[in-house]
Design a protein around this ligand. Structure first.
Ligand code: FAD
Length: 500
């Protein structure tokens, strides 16, 4: 017998759970279907456990910096502590009872199983048909995508699941993929003592972000003893029952205890059966409009829409879709000021367009870069102060259209830049703002000053500062007037940029 409801939500990850909960709260009859764990990737195999590992790894790194700052510290990494935290505090040993009750407590009807779409308002789970009067929401996320590498299929390589369930840090780990997930986990495992090799096909790590960000993270990872291979392809992979051998083009082979494949994610639209709802299942993702509508009576949110594989995107879309289904007024979705953070140390936060993306559009692009180590706070911070602020402005409009903030608190500093891009705050206004001293975000002012002075792209003086030439300059009073021309302070020995 068919079960009727107002709305069927397929996939109760962060996006689906939010929509289902909002609609149930509003009094609709909602069926929520989940094949794995309610909450999805983020709390069990994504954001939360990975950030717990990063928090632990950064604590080790800070302790190791003590010798340069505070005294003597010896740290003995112990993976079992973070593994226990993940198991007990974050995931309830990968049990979603609490999350299921969160949904059913709102009046939702929970169904455990894998759904197949059978029409615009119908889905089937294990032979049971569900029919919705208002609509169907597809929030099925993505799964790890394995590259077509000879030998990979059928061998026990790790995805994010096995990696974040690990009960010990491996002696050695090869990571295929130098995107956010790959670099975050590479640094974290290395700080726990794992010998890490990271293999990336592009010419730099974090290829989707600014080149400066990838170069910075490559430099930092190499400094921490990680083998970083860019412009390198996996040719063949094998497993002898104990260790992995990864054959690379040009650079021989790498042997390691484990292999993590972090080369991207994919949605399986054919398996979901979306064609039955008139949705093109040959596309990589479900195409949504800016109300998250896909077809008559079908909405979709989260990673499966391809709008940005982030929890905050899934939740943003979920809010809009829920309002749309409820017939409530809402702003259409816009990804113009999409923020994202790679939680390496230094963190890399970015919002809006990169310089390359901006230059491919018909706007007059102006850029500015300031250095964190030569800002007051960066200089005070000392060890671990790598970073920069890069601003991308539409010179005609006098507004920021993109920014990157890399540094010890790069993800937090991003907040100010995200407001500027989102709210279209004019550069002239940003240049009048008072930036608290000595904060990391004060380095924004230094870059804003470059823009508001309408200097040419990439002020070369900044590069001089970054390379550490400035302290030498300061020894020669005659050169101090040169610094003054560029509004660079020359007091003290550290020469922060933001005291002028
Ligand atoms: C290692 C890692 C770290 C990450 N870190 C961050 C971070 O720091 N910040 C950030 O913003 N994002 C991060 N992400 C991305 C984030 O986890 C995703 O963007 C987010 O989980 C997407 O939510 P979603 O609801 O679209 O999909 P998911 O969370 O993937 O949920 C989809 C759900 O649908 C279910 N499902 C699929 N098909 C069916 C079906 N046919 N029937 C029933 N159920 C189905 C799945 O079981 C799953 O539970 C990270 C991801 C990874 C892998």
């Amino acid at each position: 017998m068919t079960i009727d409801a107002d709305v069927i939500v397929v996939g109760l990850g962060v996006g689906g759970e939010f929509v289902a909960g909002r609609l149930a709260d509003a009094g609709l009859e909602v069926v929520g279907i989940e094949s794995a764990l309610v909450g999805g990737e983020c709390p069990y195999w994504g954001c939360v456990p990975s950030k717990m590992i990063i928090r632990a790894a950064n604590t080790l790194a800070e302790a190791r910096r003590a010798g340069k700052l505070a005294g003597h510290a010896t740290v003995e990494p112990d993976w079992s502590i973070v593994a226990r935290r993940i198991r007990e505090e974050a995931t309830d040993d990968w049990d979603d009872t609490v999350a299921v009750e969160r949904f059913t407590g709102k009046g939702g009807r929970f169904v455990r199983g894998r759904a197949t779409v059978t029409g615009n308002r119908t889905a089937v789970v294990g032979g049971q048909e569900f029919r919705a009067s208002r609509g169907l929401v597809l929030a099925t996320g993505t799964q790890p995508a394995a590259p077509p590498v000879d030998g990979l299929a059928g061998i026990p390589y790790w995805t994010n699941h096995e990696t974040l369930e690990a009960t010990e840090a491996p002696a050695s780990l090869t990571i295929a993929g130098g995107g956010a997930v790959g670099v975050e986990l590479a640094q974290a495992f290395a700080r726990f003592g794992t010998a890490v090799t990271i293999v990336e096909a592009a010419d730099r790590l974090l290829p989707a972000e600014e080149p400066e960000a990838g170069e910075l993270i490559g430099k930092v990872l190499r400094r921490e003893g990680i083998r970083v291979l860019t412009r390198t392809q996996l040719r063949r992979v094998s497993h002898d029952g104990r260790d992995f051998t990864v054959h690379l083009d040009g650079t021989g082979a790498v042997h390691s205890q484990h292999l993590l494949v972090a080369t991207g994610r994919r949605a399986d639209l054919k398996a979901l059966g979306v064609a039955a709802a008139g949705i093109d299942d040959t596309q990589p993702f479900i195409a949504v409009d800016n109300h998250l509508l896909v077809a008559d009576g079908v909405w979709s949110v989260g990673d499966v829409t391809g709008a940005g594989a982030f929890t905050h995107v899934a939740m943003y879309q979920a809010r809009i879709a829920a309002s749309d289904i409820l017939g409530q007024a809402h702003e259409p979705a816009s990804y113009r000021a999409l923020p994202r953070v790679t939680f390496t140390d230094p963190e890399v936060g970015a919002v809006g367009l990169t310089e390359a993306q901006a230059r491919s559009r018909s706007v007059t692009v102006q850029t500015a870069v300031s250095s964190i180590p030569s800002s007051s706070r960066g200089w005070i911070h000392g060890p671990g102060n790598d970073g920069f602020i890069k601003l991308i402005a539409d010179a005609g409009a006098g507004m920021l259209i993109g920014a990157t903030s890399a540094g010890p608190a790069g993800g937090e500093v991003l907040g100010a830049l995200a407001v500027a891009v989102h709210a279209r705050v004019p550069v002239a206004v940003l240049s009048q703002m008072i930036y608290a001293y000595p904060t990391f975000h004060r380095a924004i002012e230094d870059a804003i000053t470059q823009l508001s002075l309408r200097r040419p792209d990439r002020i070369t003086v900044r590069a001089i500062v970054v390379r550490g030439v400035l302290p030498v300059w300061a020894c020669f009073p005659s050169l101090q007037s040169v610094c003054a021309v560029f509004r660079m302070p020359v007091r003290g020995s550290g020469q922060p940029d933001d005291l002028g």
